[in-house]
Write a protein that binds this ligand. Structure first.
Ligand SMILES: *Cc1c(COP(=O)(O)O)cnc(C)c1O
Length: 427
């Protein structure tokens, strides 16, 4: 595997971009080595600047559920670009995407489009605070909700990967309004609510945690969160930036039949372009300016290219059989990896919902951040590099998800599994 060009570009990038990357996990810090610079991507595959092609299970960290450069999405973006790339005025496309989101998520009566998941969550929390007139929030250890100050407390994703759960630069005052509990631990939530409910504006949770690896919610966990929050006038926010339109068209909330007060979306709804969205009950959303006093704005919010890519992606996802196919392919990959691990006698704890999955190199069950951290990250690093050498590109961290797309074929996945059978024997 030639990597000279990637290495050269990385060296140059490090001179002008912190760490050579514009988002930390891209840097391969936790698995070692030098990141691949990608030149192009098509379907289930990405090709780097040295000409190596890989089956891609990173999916740009979730958005590329249709695979890369889907022809209809690309054509739609091209058409939109020729009509101008931003107007700073409303468009029919924004209306269409908003309608699609409201139809897909019964809990969302009104939705506001923004430009990233971070912005969506930050804004949802602001409106939750405005609505309840309370300041504190409760989040779960290992859940990642973007990089806003008050959410960089015991956060997952890059923060977990790099061992920087609490970032310098976050004022103590901002973090002090954030309470945390272990994921899936309803007793911890109960005792925090018991003590602090009068100041708790919201509980925010990834209904399927995807930023400490993939950790599934226990059966009653989400339902009990719903009951408890309702009882104490606390808003429940589902951060479905990963799970929205991924685990089902209507996200995890549809799968588990739970209605949060607010929902955050991102990733898939931009079809690979920068978009986020937050929405929920009308009575809450109508507090947002210009209707209400809670301020939130964005020069490029609802950008015509991004919204067009989103509409086209959702259209494809709403055709029949898509989620069944994602389930089949997801199952094929997960079962195959499990089998390879078993044959090689490697402890490997797997989690999966449809095309969203994780595998932890650990003996016990993984139900929260503490158990996720028992994973052998050195072994993961080996797995990552050896799979890469054999043409399969998984996330460069134990604490991220793997994704399959609608265009991964059974043969693609078989190819990855053949590699996995060799690789697990060498771990
Ligand atoms: C990716 C992610 C975010 C942040 O979205 P960005 O677009 O990266 O700002 C927020 N919440 C969850 C659950 C995510 O996975």
């Amino acid at each position: 595997m030639k990597t000279a060009t990637s290495k050269k570009l990385f060296a140059q990038s490090q001179r002008v971009i912190p760490g050579g990357v514009n988002s930390p996990v891209r840097a391969f810090r936790s698995v070692g080595g030098s990141p691949l610079f990608i030149k192009r991507a098509q379907g289930a595959k990405v090709t780097d600047v040295d000409g190596n092609t890989y089956l891609d299970y990173v999916a740009s960290w979730g958005p590329m559920v249709l695979g890369h450069a889907n022809p209809s999405v690309v054509r739609a973006i091209q058409r939109a670009a020729s009509l101008g790339t931003s107007y700073g005025a409303p468009t029919e496309q924004e209306l269409i995407l908003a309608q699609m989101i409201c139809r897909a998520f019964p809990s969302i009566e009104k939705v506001r489009l923004v430009s990233s998941g971070t912005e969506a969550v930050m804004s949802a929390i602001r409106v939750a605070r405005g609505f309840t007139k309370r300041d504190a929030i409760l989040k779960f250890e290992g859940c990642y909700h973007g990089h806003a100050d008050h959410l960089l407390v015991k956060a997952g994703s890059g923060a977990a990967t790099l061992g920087l759960p609490d970032s310098p630069g976050v004022p103590k005052a901002a973090a002090s309004q954030t309470l945390t509990a272990p994921y899936n631990d309803i007793d911890a939530v109960k005792s925090l609510i018991h003590k602090h409910w009068r100041k708790l504006a919201c509980i925010i949770v990834e209904p399927i945690a995807g930023n400490m690896g993939v950790v599934l919610p226990k059966k009653e966990f989400l339902r009990q969160l719903r009951t408890l929050t309702k009882k104490h006038g606390i808003l429940l926010i589902f951060d479905e930036v990963i799970s929205g339109f991924r685990v089902s068209y209507g996200g995890a909330q549809t799968l588990y039949d739970i209605k949060p007060d607010l929902t955050c979306l991102g990733k898939i709804i931009g079809g690979g372009l920068p978009v986020g969205a937050y929405g929920g009950r009308q009575e809450i959303m109508d507090l947002i300016a210009p209707v209400g006093p809670v301020y939130q704005a964005g020069t490029l919010s609802g950008n015509p290219l991004a919204v067009t890519a989103g509409i086209e992606t959702l259209k494809k996802l709403s055709t029949s059989g898509v989620y069944e196919k994602l389930e089949r392919r997801g199952q094929q990959l997960a079962e195959g990896l499990g089998k390879a691990a078993k044959q090689a006698n490697i402890p490997f704890y797997q989690t999966r919902v449809g095309s969203l999955m994780g595998g932890f190199f650990t003996n016990g069950r993984v139900t929260d951040y503490a158990s996720a951290k028992t994973s052998d990250t050195t072994r993961y690093a080996k797995f990552f590099h050896k799979m890469l050498e054999r043409g399969s590109y998984f996330a460069p961290s134990q604490f991220e998800a793997a994704f399959v797309s609608t265009v991964h074929t059974a043969a693609d996945i078989d190819q990855t599994l053949e590699a996995a059978h060799q690789v697990f024997k060498k771990l």
